[in-house]
Design a binder for this molecule. Structure first.
Ligand SMILES: Nc1ncnc2c1ncn2[C@@H]1O[C@H](COP(=O)(O)OP(=O)(O)O)[C@@H](O)[C@H]1O
Ligand SMILES: [Mg+2]
Length: 308
């Protein structure tokens, strides 16, 4: 690839800001190693500043943002307007994937099992347990396990009531006792599945981003049939939402039932040193720099004719 000017969007204002800064730094280094000019852009809600940072227009925008604003179609919409090719999924796939309710409805319709779920209002949960224990409470659109409460006891419930800060509308779902398997997709291919075994109760924010707090098993040590099956499900989840480039899908595997439940698909998977997609890619023979280079090749605008 010839030398390009590439803006790396990172930071943002979501709860995953620090993770994104880590991803962005690593991506920037890879892009430099690949011989490109890198413009690091710390994205805030100051649009004037963002436009200044993106002037003159870069050749490609590498989106290393995570969470609200950067993973939910908002920034993608802006990039469509300015018409610079950008990495990862477009506006609608990003918005739907980030919305745990809309995405669940599509997954169910397409025959991808999700844990039994419902939407309840905070005041109703305060009055009575919304389903038999154990269950999981989560925000409608957060990431990195922020705001996820596993309710197995009255004590857990009290902690939820004290700490909840994610709005009135709440997603409740059945707790799936099982193994946590994540599938990486590159384009039209599921490239591998990894198992995560958190040392703590569940794969929370600390376990995700502190070295040694979760064990990774790559490839996931499950039967060949189960492995093939979950790869197919990961690719299907990517395809039915119309995702572009890379994604990482989180599944819970109930071994007794031999059934996979999709928790979510991440359209902006982490690119930090502990991140799972780069680890899955490496195992399939794709180095970090090759992955970044391939993602650049996939960059485009979905709607607006790109300026380039
Ligand atoms: N229904 C469930 N059953 C068991 N564990 C769950 C369930 N939902 C979430 N978890 C645990 O919480 C973590 C975060 O949940 P997830 O839905 O992936 O939210 P986030 O968008 O914050 O990553 C999962 O990786 C898993 O460890
Ligand atoms: Mg998750």
């Amino acid at each position: 690839m010839t030398k390009k000017r590439i803006a790396v969007l990172m930071g943002g204002w979501s709860t995953e800001r620090e993770v994104s800064l880590d991803s962005g730094r690593l991506v920037g280094t890879a892009l430099q190693e690949l011989g490109h000019d890198v413009i690091p852009v710390d994205v805030t809600r100051n649009l004037n500043q963002l436009m200044i940072d993106l002037t003159p227009k870069p050749d490609i925008i590498f989106n290393a943002l995570h969470g609200v604003g950067g993973e939910d179609g908002a920034i993608q919409g802006l990039l469509e307007i300015i018409g610079v090719p950008y990495t990862h999924s477009g506006v609608d796939a990003s918005a739907i994937a980030m919305n745990k309710v809309l995405s669940r409805k599509i997954f169910e319709r397409e025959g991808i099992a999700v844990p039994p779920w419902k939407i309840v209002m905070k005041k109703d949960i305060d009055a009575a347990h919304p389903m038999p224990l154990p269950y999981v409470i989560k925000p409608l659109n957060e990431g990195s396990s922020r705001g996820v409460f596993i309710i197995k006891s009255e004590e857990d419930f009290k902690r939820f009531q004290k700490e909840w800060a994610f709005g009135e509308k709440i997603l409740i779902e059945k707790f799936i006792a099982g193994r946590e398997i994540q599938v990486g997709v590159m384009g039209d291919k599921a490239i591998g599945a990894i198992e995560i075994r958190p040392r703590e109760e569940f794969y929370d924010y600390t376990a995700k981003y502190t070295p040694g707090r979760a064990e990774h098993f790559m490839p996931a040590p499950i039967s060949t049939e189960a492995y093939e099956h979950v790869l197919n499900l990961g690719l299907k989840a990517h395809t039915v939402l119309g995702c572009r480039s890379v994604s990482r899908s989180d599944f819970m595997y109930d071994e007794a039932e031999d059934k996979f439940y999709l928790l979510e698909i991440n359209t902006q998977p982490g690119m930090s040193p502990l991140s799972l997609l780069p680890e899955i890619a490496a195992h399939s023979g794709v180095s970090f720099n090759q992955l970044i280079s391939w993602m650049l090749d996939q960059a485009k605008c979905d709607y607006a004719p790109c300026a380039h």
